[in-house]
Ligand binder design. Structure first.
Ligand code: NAD
Length: 384
């Protein structure tokens, strides 16, 4: 029986609780912790967990001998809580983004190595059928070498979104939509395409005057193999049409699923390659679906790692790679320059302290609420 704890019992915590309850494993959610006791008690009752409730994660880690904790608190708290848990030799599954700076990520990675525990960062969209299928097709080089990647990380959030006390500030949220929304797509991008070598970017706040941070950014990447990529991160897109498009030598693959393949006529103009389109579509449709998707899929994966069966798919190193690209976008947009990867410790966006000194305040945060009455996460749709 694995003993699990959840720290931070707000909006996303239900996805963790439900994941632990859903997987076919011997799991006991033994402890819940939140600054607000009533929030933890509500979840305790709702899911009939009979867990011990804490308002101080130090005490929870002292009292309970937990095998694994889910950290579902705001970004600026992730590194301190994760390191404290790892000092207790407790494995960690931390919500995205891994932390609010690369320096904090490095401290987390050091702790995981020192205390020999698993550190995994939530990237639940990797555990969706279309992404896993895309990953299989790309790793089999079905579409040839990749020339261009287009990532449309389009989200929409209203003005009130940034009223929540920790959102909309560089200090507590760590960034805007590039960090907290596009992190999902940038993770998949770096997983499937690899890190770029050079980044250029613009960012702006077009509609959220209660936030210091950006609600729109556009970044262009150059890869060492000569390919180019573009990433739009947005919290202002009605419709939330999110896309990942990989253009290869032989074909284009897209999520939500689409495939197009051209071959050339004698004069170089295009002709549709029906055979290749059909064979890629058939392979895609025949790939085995996942047993568990989303948070539940990742929780199942992490449990296998805790049981010693394998490394988790999303390691701390993977979480850091994603954050490095995001920090490079911030540096490029802020300092109006091409940024080369890897980012060094001299980068103005490496440490939290330096980031706070350099990040632009598009607006100052005026309104702040401790909790929304309805904290439900509404989503437009899902990947097909
Ligand atoms: N994976 C996803 O799709 C997804 C979706 C939403 C949020 N998130 C991430 O999850 C994290 C939490 O976001 P949320 O929307 O659930 O926020 P939230 O504000 O609804 O919940 C956070 C909870 O943490 C508690 N908390 C804060 N500091 C604490 C501390 N020191 N000790 C104990 N509890 C503490 C708060 O009281 C609150 O209940 C963020 O990192 C966010 O980026 C991920």
């Amino acid at each position: 029986m694995l003993k699990v704890g959840v720290i931070g019992v707000g909006a996303i915590s239900s996805s963790h609780v439900e994941g632990y309850l859903e997987v076919d494993e011997e799991i006991q959610i033994a402890a819940l912790c939140d600054l607000y006791e009533d929030k933890a008690e509500t979840i305790n009752k709702k899911y009939e967990l009979n867990a011990s409730v804490y308002t101080d994660y130090d005490k929870m880690l002292e009292n309970e001998e937990l095998d694994l904790v889910s950290i579902c608190t705001p970004p600026f708290t992730h590194s301190d809580i994760a390191i404290k848990a790892m000092e207790h030799r407790t494995h960690v599954l931390v919500e995205k983004p891994m932390a609010s700076s690369l320096e904090e990520c490095d401290r987390m990675l050091e702790a995981a190595e020192q205390y020999e525990v698993i550190l995994s960062v939530i990237a639940q969209n990797r555990f969706k059928n279309p992404m896993m299928k895309l990953s299989k097709l790309l790793s089999d080089e079905t579409i040839g070498s990749i020339n261009h990647t287009q990532i449309d990380s389009h989200w929409w959030r209203g003005f009130n979104y940034y009223d929540l006390w920790w959102r909309g500030t560089w200090e507590k949220e760590g960034g805007g939509c590039t960090l907290n929304h596009a992190v999902h797509h940038i993770d998949i991008f770096q997983w499937l395409r690899g890190a770029p070598s050079e980044i250029s970017a613009f960012m702006s706040n077009t509609a959220h005057t209660n936030a210091e941070v950006e609600d729109l950014s556009i970044a262009i990447f150059r890869h060492e193999d000569g390919g180019l990529s573009q990433v739009t991160s947005s919290a202002v897109h009605h419709g939330e049409e999110q896309k990942l498009i990989f253009q290869g030598d032989k074909a284009k693959l897209e999520v939500p699923f689409d495939v197009k393949a051209y071959t050339q006529l004698e004069n170089g103009f295009l002709e549709t390659d029906e055979t290749l389109q059909q064979s890629i579509t058939e392979t895609y449709n025949q790939l085995e679906p996942l047993r568990y998707e989303g948070h539940t899929g990742q929780i199942h994966d992490v449990i296998q790692a805790v049981k010693g069966n394998k490394a988790p798919l999303v390691t701390g190193e993977e979480g850091r790679k994603t954050l490095e690209i995001i920090m490079a976008i911030y540096e490029a947009a802020t300092e109006k320059k091409h940024v080369t990867l890897p980012l060094t410790k001299d980068s103005s966006f490496y440490s939290r302290e330096s980031l706070l000194n350099h990040a632009p305040h598009f607006y100052e945060k005026q309104n702040s609420v401790d909790n929304f009455q309805n904290n439900e996460i509404s989503v437009h749709g899902d990947y097909e």
